[in-house]
Write a protein that binds this ligand. Sequence first.
Ligand code: DAH
Length: 335
Amino acid sequence: MTTPDEARAELLARIRTSDQPQTVLRSPELRELADNIKDLQPEERSGAGKALNELKQELLRAIDERQAELDEAGTAPIDVTAPWDVNSKRPDLLPTETGTRHPIATELERVVDIFTRMGFDAHESRQLDDDWNMFGALNFPEGHPARDGYDTFRTEEGFIPPAHTSTMQNRVLKAGKAKLEAGGQIASISYGRVFRNEDVDVTHEHTFYQVEGVFVSKDASLAQMLGVLQSLFETYFGQKLKIKTQPAYFPFVEPGLEFLIEKPAQLGGKGGDWLEVLGCGMIHPNVLLAADIDPTEYRGFAWGGMGDRMIMLKYGIEDIRHLESGKLAFLRKFA
Ligand code: DAH
């Protein structure tokens, strides 16, 4: 049986932290106290009733105080430029830890930095797109089985949370056309989240990260592409690396390749462990045509992939699901 004294401390504490302090008057503890009185011996009842009344009076006073505090907080001007806890009347109720950067943010920034130093521009890729950008502009004919390989989510309206950052290619090419005509080249990366309807396990996530690159000029070549990519990975891992390619099919490149690096020694690679890090190739003429760029005059190469796998490799993360989990025990390791 709860006594008025036990209930008192608990209810007062609740009032002091509540946004709707008057609701405390309806709390089960108070009802229980009132109910208990009925079960007491007649001679005990008046004392208990008095104690309960005093408690209610005290709670009412605390509610008034708390309400005044809330009213004042509601009308006080809020300085949006102030440090994060300055506007709070009760900074002691705010979490005391500041957060840390997510490893994905840190690593994507490093990759973007390497590319911008090579002369590429960089922007984040979209998180909602349409069928044309995701497939049509990339030379996937309607109903082509290659579309099925992308396990694409769709909204009821037919929008697509993109399954690859290649969804940005048509926009990048169209926006860069004027540069080509002015005698320049297109050199651009798009980085960000992509989404697939995957069976999730240690190496598969429904949400992951890619970095896409597009380069177009009058004489772009596979040799240039291999040079750019090798230089990216050597800078990223801070050591010389062996690379190789193997043929692969993507409708938007011809030839299409998978690009592999030898596992870096600093990450425990002993030589001969090959890691596939991205897809790449020479941009298909139909993809240039879809952006109104003349494929007899200009050539390009493109690549996409790498995001999460690089980060997992670099930090020895064994389960890709940690990255999207928001688990503090995991995130604090990157503080
Ligand atoms: N978008 C492809 C994927 O997610 C990867 C890719 C392959 C991107 C070849 C490219 C490319 O730009 O040229 O599977």
